[in-house]
Design a protein around this ligand. Structure first.
Ligand code: ZN
Length: 91
């Protein structure tokens, strides 16, 4: 009987989500998710660039390098927006 009324701690994942929500505004979470996606895109593009270089496919390598350059610019811009928000908003 006593055991069923005892409070149970939240699982660590739920606790972490609550603490992030308490500390961070919706905008910084949105910008962090954009950065995360941009970083994955850049990583994928560099992986493809490496594969085309190993295959000595120079035309596809050039295309993959251009895509990787675009992804890098997007990542840098997303990171700058996140940094500017954090500096201005303090979250
Ligand atoms: Zn904020």
């Amino acid at each position: 009987m006593v055991a069923s009324s005892m409070p149970r701690p939240l699982p660590s994942g739920e606790l972490l989500a609550l603490s992030w929500k308490a500390l961070l505004c919706d905008e910084v979470i949105r910008l962090a998710l954009i950065c995360s996606k941009a970083a994955r895109d850049y990583s994928d593009a560099v992986t493809i660039m490496g594969a085309t270089a190993r295959a000595s496919n120079f035309q596809k390598y050039g295309q993959a390098r251009d895509v990787a350059d675009c992804c890098r610019v997007v990542l840098e811009r997303a990171r700058l927006m996140l940094d500017e928000h954090v500096a201005e908003h303090g979250c």
